[in-house]
Write a protein of this length. Structure first.
Length: 336
């Protein structure tokens, strides 16, 4: 069997031919971890530098994270760097296109968009969204996210995942071992995705869309959850509060079989108050007065927090109190 022509091999450096072998999974995962760690550090620095502005953006701050992620991977995985981001360079990997050459900036950016969308868009508050929005969110986060994971694990001939297939990219071993380098490796075939993989990805996407479409009705049909949402909306009416969460928390005490239940309210403020404990007491008093049936005899924990979340990096500081209907207005301060 004759060796392939040099033009069949992806060349990242005219003087150094690269292996056409797909990159080992463990090296891809480590490279991705290194890249996202660096990206997270950049995002954290931007968030702290523009703290007040980023905090005020709320969920829209995810757009900053998305821009940073697309900028990083769009440039670092393109022909500008030979398809070798920080993590890939350390692990001896490279991203190449269908022709074996590094991707253009546009193709690398599109690849990054598919990869990072599930990361950036997760953890959204969807209870007041329309079925169309929740369906789209579920597709992008759950459908695309699970498809990415499934393909990189089980599409073994090429290890191409969904973001690779969108632009025809491959992650290859750019630093083959000396023994392997002495014998030219055949270029990876441009084989179509196997039918079983297409079916699995299709099912994952279809199920995720269906789940997203029915999610609002599931929330509305839950009486206990609806009660929490009513309290949350009341806390949100405070002008100083940007967002709020209300949840039930169960905690098992050592030596007891039964778990104790408490109500936890986290009020995310626009600016850090001069007296956060006083702000938490004000919220606790409002809840105990207007919604005594929700709290009952359970402990009530109220936290005042300030935070930002870029999807790639986040920051949070909180302080609060713990009280109950029986001990109000006495409250024990909490630190976190």
């Amino acid at each position: 069997m004759s060796a392939p022509a040099p033009s069949d091999l992806p060349l990242l450096d005219p003087a150094q031919p690269a292996s056409a072998r797909p990159a080992p999974l463990w090296r891809r995962l480590i490279a991705f971890t290194l890249d996202t760690t660096l990206l997270g550090a950049i995002g954290y620095g931007v968030g702290m530098l523009l703290f007040d502005w980023v905090v005020g953006l709320g969920l829209a701050a995810r757009l900053i994270g998305l821009v940073l992620a697309l900028g990083y991977f769009g440039l670092a995985d393109s022909r500008l760097t030979g398809g070798r981001s920080f993590g890939k360079r350390l692990l001896g990997l490279a991203v190449v296109g269908p022709d074996g050459a590094p991707l253009s900036i546009g193709a690398a950016t599109l690849r990054a968009l598919v990869l990072m969308a599930p990361v950036i868009l997760n953890d959204f508050d969807l209870d007041e969204m329309s079925p169309l929005i929740t369906g789209l969110w579920s597709f992008l986060v759950i459908g695309v996210g699970l498809s990415l994971l499934y393909l990189v694990l089980f599409n073994r001939p090429t290890r191409q995942s969904l973001h690779d297939l969108v632009v025809g990219a491959r992650v290859i071993d750019a630093n083959p071992a000396p023994a392997a380098a002495s014998t030219p490796a055949p270029a990876l075939p441009g084989r179509p995705l196997r039918l079983v993989h297409r079916i699995v990805v299709g099912v994952l996407c279809a199920v995720s869309i269906g789940y997203g479409l029915v999610l609002p009705s599931l929330v509305e049909s839950s009486v206990r959850l609806s009660e929490l949402l009513v309290v949350r909306n009341a806390v949100r009416e405070n002008p100083a509060v940007r967002d709020a969460t209300v949840a039930r928390r169960w905690q098992k005490t050592t030596g007891r079989d039964e778990a104790s239940e408490s109500i936890v309210i986290t009020a995310v403020v626009r600016q850090w108050p001069a007296d956060p404990e006083a702000a938490a007491r004000d919220i606790a008093g409002m809840v105990l007065k207007q919604y005594p049936q929700l709290v009952g005899e359970r402990p009530l924990i109220v936290k005042v927090a300030i935070e930002f979340n870029l999807g790639i990096a986040n920051y949070s500081k909180s302080q609060g109190i713990e009280t109950s209907a029986a001990t109000w207005p006495k409250a024990e301060p909490l630190r976190s």
